[in-house]
Design a protein around this ligand. Structure first.
Ligand SMILES: NC(=O)c1ccc[n+]([C@@H]2O[C@H](COP(=O)([O-])OP(=O)(O)OC[C@H]3O[C@@H](n4cnc5c(N)ncnc54)[C@H](O)[C@@H]3O)[C@@H](O)[C@H]2O)c1
Length: 280
């Protein structure tokens, strides 16, 4: 998969991935979504159930994200089999029946996670990296396809903040009249771009998750797909001060953008989920 594509294509890409993976099957397909009550997990569950026949969605979530409880009822109403559990607990995953595919959307998605007192570096490690081991053991056991939601945060912050930029129509664009590093084009960042540290603690957990997942898939013979999403925003997202600030001026026809800040933390990369962000 590419890494910085219009994010409302994610649904279609997941659909076609699942359809390809299970096209030869005659029976029903079973999908497990971790973090199913979150912004991304719930949107994927809803969209795939609308688009695919013979699909059963099982979802696990520990409801740690404030607001995620609100999605629980909606998801069960559309047929998602909800399990209140935690990916850090092996026994919670062990209790889930076999699935043909797993979409891993359980994590703390904040680039500042681990740096603040309300979510420590140890918590970040446990939720965003260690918990993956239970998902990988599950995939190993059932030979389930794994789709891992990674992040553009895996890219080197110094390399990002050194990108040559120009301003067009009051937005930053990559200045491709100048020499560009490997993986950079006028359209944005590709997978060949540097992942040299620092990438943020959050980004490092994602990068490590990718490596471990790919190794598991290789060693134990199950397919692994990594989707390096940019910042996703849209209706239904649980707000944080950063998102409220960063999304104030986003409108619905602004469907794809990578805005690379010259700020030291390089925070403003964004791509967008379906529909409007005016709600912010
Ligand atoms: N939102 C973005 O901009 C963005 C960008 C790139 C990648 N991603 C990735 O996409 C995935 C989903 O992000 P999101 O925006 O939906 O986040 P979110 O916070 O809205 O959803 C995450 C869900 O996972 C659950 N969860 C967290 N830890 C868990 C655990 N240990 N066990 C079970 N459930 C747990 C939370 O309760 C929440 O419902 C994450 O992996 C995130 O890193 C998000």
């Amino acid at each position: 998969m590419g890494n910085h594509e219009i994010s409302d294509r994610h649904d279609r890409r997941y659909c076609s991935l699942l359809e390809n993976a299970f096209g030869q099957r005659n029976g029903p397909m079973r999908l497990l979504i971790t973090g199913v009550c979150g912004f991304v997990g719930s949107a994927i569950a809803q969209s795939l159930l609308e688009r695919m026949e013979n699909l059963t969605v099982i979802g696990i979530d520990n409801l740690i994200r404030p607001g995620s409880e609100l999605n629980r009822m909606k998801l069960t109403q559309i047929g998602v089999k909800f399990v209140h559990g935690d990916i850090r607990q092996a026994s919670d995953l062990d209790a889930i029946p076999p699935a043909d595919c797993v979409i891993d959307a359980a994590a703390n998605p904040s680039v500042l996670a681990g740096l603040q007192q309300d979510f420590t570096s140890r918590q970040l490690f446990e939720h965003n990296l260690a918990g993956l081991s239970n998902i990988l053991e599950y995939c190993k056991r059932y030979k389930s396809t794994l789709i891992l939601l990674s992040s553009s945060r895996v890219y080197s912050i110094p390399a990002l903040t050194s990108l040559p930029l120009k301003v067009c129509d009051e937005t930053f664009h990559i200045d491709d009249s100048l020499p560009l590093a490997p993986g950079v084009t006028a359209r944005g960042i590709g997978v060949e771009f540097s992942t040299k540290p620092p990438v943020s603690l959050y980004g490092a957990m994602k990068l490590a998750s990718e490596a471990v997942a790919l190794e598991y898939g290789h060693a134990f013979g199950f397919p692994v797909w990594i989707d390096r999403c940019g910042v996703l925003a849209g209706a239904g997202q649980f707000g944080t001060p950063f998102f409220r600030t960063g999304s104030t001026h986003i409108c619905e026809d602004f469907r794809f953008a990578i805005l690379v800040s010259k700020e030291p933390d390089g925070r403003f990369e964004m791509s967008f989920t379906r529909g409007t962000s005016r709600a912010f």
